[in-house]
Write a protein that binds this ligand. Sequence first.
Ligand code: ZN
Length: 476
Amino acid sequence: MGKGFVQEVTAMEDDFAQWYTDVVKKADLVDYSSVRGSMIIRPYGYAIWENIKNELDHRIKETGHENVYMPLFIPESMLQREKDHIEGFAPEVAWVTHGGDEELTERLCVRPTSEILFCEHYKNIIHSYRDLPKLYNQWANVVRWEKTTRPFLRTLEFLWQEGHTCHVDAEDAKEETTRMLNVYADLCENILAIPVLKGQKTEKEKFAGADFTYTIESLMHDGKALQSGTSHYLGDGFARAFGIQYSDQNGEQQFVHQTSWGLTTRIIGAMIMVHGDNRGLVIPPKIAPTQLMIVPIAQHKEGVLDFAYDLKEKLSSIARVGIDASDKKPGWKFNEYEMKGIPLRLEVGPKDIEKEQVVLVRRDTGEKVFIPLNELDTTITKLLAEIQNNLYRKAVKLREKRTSVALSFEEFEDKLENHGGFIKAMWCGETSCEEQIKEKTSATSRCIPFEQESLSDQCVCCGEKAKEMVYWAKAY
Ligand SMILES: [Zn+2]
């Protein structure tokens, strides 16, 4: 590691926000565009998204869903039908008022989410109990006119998938809400190596128009939380507003019960902030576009490049392998692929070829090992699995280290200020207490975890009888 290189990235301990900005830029994940708050996702960033998308799409289909595509625009009149929903989104909606030179007779909203578009469609295609359940998902972009923006975490336009489903009754729809939350948790923990807390949002924090919202919450390296995926039970509110009815087995008209759930490019921000370090990105092997990068040493010497290319071809059956045979110096290449977070680096030069060995370097620990050629396949497979597990374990440890209990308001403030991370505290269930906590500490309720603990019988804010334990944190 050249010292000069490390100085290019701000140390995360000094300025985490700047570290993040440096990494997304220097790892070549994004570029800024001419519209404030919009980002260009560069090929390397997009390759990561494609891998996440493939993993998730597979799981969405495996649980019985079909992909569809809805239009980008929503007529204003249609938007007004579900009151809570529009109130929740109105401040960040972008409007189309003109088509060419002509002013439109009705404004069109650029979808901030597509509940309404799906509802309008469901009204037309659902008639009988035989049409249910309807399990649709779309991969799309949406637009929310955010005031402050940061690459991946908050941008005017972002990519996501949104599932929208209709069911015969509440029970079936609630099951779906849980099922999809578990799909997100599985993706985060087993593919992205990000441990998550599963729970329910409070009334204040739930999705506009939902009966309830389930969420998975993760903890970033700086001790802030990030909502990583949400699954909403919509009840029959949208169905009533849009008239989505079916005739049941007795020929009676019933309203459907609905769900919606989404996961966005934000999750890339989570991956960066959970695993990254002062050398740049650290990408979990299961999601890494390149899992192993071959760097030939003294490649001008006879036989080295042939040997390296030959290795690439052989290893491609067990891993996603890249090779950098450019005329840049090996030191530059080492830095570059550490910055890009590639899990393993393979170095091979004339001496190694002579000894029938190569050098493998782990991105997560920096550990360097010499491996005989005949053990290379098994070692790479083993190391990739080890790195994946190690990243998850490290993230779990970090979360444990930065989770504390607060029994009083003073303790809450103190822990949050000096310790950061998640605070577990009892809550009476009143929104006024939640608001007070937010106002005084800027921490928000992250979730009412499914796994409850009884820390005390008093609300941490008002001292009245506590109803449940809540995870609180400052959040992105
Ligand atoms: Zn209270």
